[in-house]
Design a protein around this ligand. Structure first.
Ligand code: PLP
Length: 388
């Protein structure tokens, strides 16, 4: 099976697996325990915090471990509402549900939307104008979009907000492990998730200067200096750091360049062979691993996914969270696509260990399946519904 769904979840890297197994053996204690076994676990955690802080460019005191990005995003919005309960929040139109739903939960009726252009890039002129006469409790702009891979101007948005003393949050879940993470720690808050970059599922982080005054979402034993209660998963945390360090080294070594070239060649070939198809985010800077395509009108995305699955390719119709639902993708709608077009969107996302040839194999499979669709009787071409 060729796995092209790394934006949904990326398989555990060997380096992360080794780190996890070693840590389970070496650090069996509870980091909060007073004995030496506990102290060794606490020391391992401290080391992991320092390693992550060094990657992000922040203080180790500005890092907390979470169960993933959803918790980190929810904690952020909960914190913003606790600090400025009557204020509003400004979030981009393409945020993941972890931010979008939390914003609407904690700021009911007080969420302003930062628009994106047709390439899916946030409109910073709009933000600048908005900040001239408004003071939101928080601005949230993700670093890279999970559906299209489009990179967002988070550094410029961070600086705009800093100049107006407005807290800025970036959900860097898809950026971390694919692009250099340096500087993310200079945002007020930044969220990440291990399973998107080959770490274990169920571990993530929230980091940045805002951590020091964070209002906790999880209450209990006072772990992590009272910012996030609950016994830390030491082995998963060490595996997370091992995975991220390995990914950073791959990026520094330019390993992504061959994968990006292979993706770009397939993109050009697909558009040439199927002129009615469309690449989402074309013309914008995108993650090297992601290709989001609206397939020609006669086709149906679910059938594509099933046919590709049978042909040996695991791909997605959009973000994992909206797969299997009938709702058009809010991300693609915000970019100006029609609901019918969003229903024909496919997302392909590679990982560091994907062989570059996999992109070309995918192209051949897509063209073969397209030819099969063309000869199907009309009644078989109606959209299927339901989960799979
Ligand atoms: N934010 C983005 C951009 C994502 O892509 C995802 C997962 O799809 C999340 C947040 C949620 O991450 P987690 O699975 O760690 O809760």
């Amino acid at each position: 099976m060729t796995y092209l769904d790394h934006n949904a979840s990326s398989p555990l890297l060997p380096q992360a697996r080794t780190a996890w197994l070693e840590a389970e053996d070496l650090f069996p204690g509870n980091p909060s325990s007073q004995h030496r076994v506990g102290a060794r676990a606490e020391h391992a955690l401290e080391t992991a915090r320092q390693r992550l802080a060094a990657i992000l460019g922040c203080s180790p005191l500005d890092v907390i471990w979470t169960s993933g990005a959803t918790e980190a995003c929810t904690t952020t919005l909960h914190h913003a509402a606790a600090i400025a309960p009557h204020s509003h929040v400004c979030i981009s139109a393409i945020e993941h549900p972890a931010v979008h739903a939390s914003a609407h939960h904690f700021f009911p009726g007080r969420v302003r939307t930062l628009p994106v252009d047709s390439r899916g890039v946030a409109d910073l002129d709009w933000l600048s104008e908005h900040l001239t006469d408004q003071r939101p409790a928080l601005v949230a702009l993700m670093a890279a979009n999970n559906e299209t891979g489009v990179l967002q101007p988070w550094q410029a948005a961070r600086d705009l907000c800093a100049a107006r003393e407005v807290p800025f949050f970036t959900d860097a879940t898809q950026w971390c492990g694919r692009m250099k993470a340096e500087g993310l720690g200079t945002c007020e808050l930044v969220a990440g998730s291990a399973h998107k970059f080959g770490g274990p599922r169920g571990t993530g982080f929230l980091a940045g200067r805002g951590v020091g005054s964070l209002q906790p979402l999880m209450h209990g034993g006072g772990q992590q200096r009272g910012h996030r209660a609950g016994t830390e998963n030491v082995a998963s945390i060490l595996a997370t750091v091992a995975a991220l360090e390995w990914c950073e080294a791959q990026f520094a070594g330019g390993r992504h360049l061959a994968l990006r070239t292979a993706r770009d060649q397939v993109e050009h070939a697909l558009l040439a062979a199927l002129p009615a198809s469309r690449v989402n985010g074309r013309g914008a800077d995108r993650l090297w691993n992601t290709l989001s395509v609206v397939m020609p009108a006669a086709d149906c995305r679910r059938r594509w996914v099933v046919k590709l699955d049978k042909a040996g390719f695991a791909v997605s119709t959009g973000s994992a969270c909206s797969s299997g639902t009938e709702h058009p993708s809010p991300v693609l709608l915000a970019m100006g696509l029609l609901p019918a077009e969003t229903a024909r969107a496919l997302r392909f996302s590679a990982g560091w260990l994907t062989p570059p040839e996999a992109w070309n194999d995918l192209l051949h499979a897509l063209l073969r399946i397209h030819d099969e669709f063309a000869i199907l009787p009309p009644e078989e071409e109606s959209p299927t519904t339901g989960r799979f």
